[in-house]
Design a protein around this ligand. Sequence first.
Ligand SMILES: [Ca+2]
Length: 114
Amino acid sequence: MKNIVALSLVLASAFGLSSAASAATSDCRGGYICLFGDQYYQGRFVAANNGIIDLHSADMNDLGTSVLNWTNQRWCLYSDSSYRGEHIVIEPGASIPNIGNFNDRASSMVQCNG
Ligand SMILES: [Ca+2]
């Protein structure tokens, strides 16, 4: 019985975290780029103002589908960790409800020139 109670508490906190991690455009603050797991800025997301060399660290590897770039810098999403592989450019201020060919492929992201 004790184990069941403990498990319930763990599950409750896990669900608490996942609802905190699900998102809307209003959750992306100015100065950040936000990568969302689902199209139209839904699902889990990560907000960054510095490069993320491996999106596994944010539980977002190969999951990103939509992007809000609320920074004044150009960012690149890369298909591999360590800013390698193919990339796409996200212009400053861009809102991209579905990143198309790059859907569920991003493994790292960083400010870039092109
Ligand atoms: Ca996705």
